[in-house]
Design a protein around this ligand. Structure first.
Ligand code: NAG
Ligand code: NAG
Ligand code: NAG
Length: 156
């Protein structure tokens, strides 16, 4: 109850900042501590504001190792250091639904990882999203953080 009230107060303050953003969000920070199997030239999220029904993480870059079955996309979101969003997806299932089934061959790639946001997502709050994508072989493909005020709303 108390937490809900706090969300409501800070949420209205964040609203105008969130509403000002349009298009896609590209200011990701690479948080991997070692080389990754995917070398990104661009990581972006769209639409902005994020859409509950379907949000896309678009990855452009080079893949050193094919993406195989068992790859996972783990998404977390933090609001004021609190874990408020968590979702782990079967990456190959998501990619297959987007028309690019695994295996994804090594080399230059553009991948659209489009999926619904979970309904537990707080709406209109500044969230720091973190994407950790691991390959079927257990290797790290990508670890990126979006440090911004992104919220998920119903699609227009
Ligand atoms: C991009 O993110 C970094 C790290 O959070 C931040 O310092 C910088 O101001 C951001 N740039 C833009 C254009 O928002
Ligand atoms: C992209 O990855 C492939 C496969 O590992 C490699 O042969 C190629 O040199 C890489 N290209 C660049 C530009 O890094
Ligand atoms: C987010 O960016 C702000 C400003 O650039 C910075 O002070 C803060 O430490 C960053 N937070 C994280 C978790 O990277």
């Amino acid at each position: 109850m108390k937490l809900t009230a706090t969300f409501a107060i800070l949420g209205s303050a964040a609203l105008s900042m969130v509403a000002a953003q349009t298009g896609s969000f590209t200011n990701f920070t690479n948080i991997a501590t070692a080389p990754t199997q995917f070398t990104a030239t661009s990581v972006s999220l769209s639409p902005v504001p994020l859409c509950v029904q379907k949000t896309c993480l678009t990855l452009i870059g080079n893949l050193s190792t094919p993406i195989t079955q068992g790859a996972r996309n783990s998404v977390t979101g933090r609001w004021l250091d609190r874990l408020v969003y968590t979702d782990t997806q079967d990456l190959c299932a998501v990619l297959a639904a987007n028309g690019t089934p695994c295996p994804i061959a090594a080399g230059a790639i553009t991948l659209n990882v489009c999926h619904p946001m979970r309904s537990m997502t707080p709406r209109n709050f500044p969230i720091i999203y973190q994407y950790i994508i691991t390959n079927g072989d257990g290797g790290l493909l990508l670890a990126q953080r979006a440090n911004t005020s992104l919220s998920a709303k119903d699609c227009p």
